[in-house]
Design a protein. Structure first.
Length: 174
């Protein structure tokens, strides 16, 4: 069984190396990394990602993997600009990071399909394809240039569900 701690540590290593955002990838290969997914999920995922590359985010192999880590101040900046809800949030936050020149590191992670997913591959894929057009429209109109909601100010937030004993200053943006 994959230890969540090791996946968390992979993301944390990328942040410590200077990335402001670290995302897990089921597409990248790495030593000791195994991805187990059903063929139809891979096929639909690859098709969706072709749309993602064409309309929004380029240079990232897997936008939809659930493993993501942000420096606190970057999370405040990006999430204050969000317009979308649901599964498309991943694409939206990554397109905003790219627009703002924020360094994103993609790292390989272990991943195994778990039965009982609430994702309806047909319905949700169509909805997400529509969302990509909406995100592209937001980009073209410049909607992401300013925060949509007021970001938190003067508040330090450190979230580390694995190691709450960690001390030290929040890393500065590159």
């Amino acid at each position: 069984m994959v230890r969540l701690r090791s996946e968390f540590e992979r993301l944390e290593t990328a942040i410590d190396a200077g990335a402001a955002v670290a995302i897990g990838s089921r597409v990248l290969h790495g030593q000791g990394v195994r991805v187990r997914a059903r063929f139809y999920r891979r096929l639909i995922g690859r098709s969706f990602h072709a749309l993602v590359r064409a309309l929004t985010v380029r240079g990232i192999a897997d936008t939809q993997c659930g493993f993501k880590m942000f420096r606190g101040e970057v999370a405040h900046d990006l999430f204050s600009r969000m317009r979308m809800t649901g599964f498309s949030f991943d694409v939206e936050v990554l397109v905003m990071a790219q627009l703002r020149g924020i360094r994103v590191a993609e790292v390989p992670v272990n991943w195994t399909h778990q039965p009982g997913s609430r994702v309806n591959l047909v319905r949700d894929s169509l909805h997400m394809a529509y969302d990509l057009l909406v995100i592209r429209t937001h980009v073209l109109r410049g909607d992401y240039d300013a925060p949509h909601v007021a970001p938190l100010s003067g508040v330090a937030v450190v979230v580390d569900p694995i190691d709450d004993e960690r001390e030290g200053p929040e890393p500065a943006l590159p």
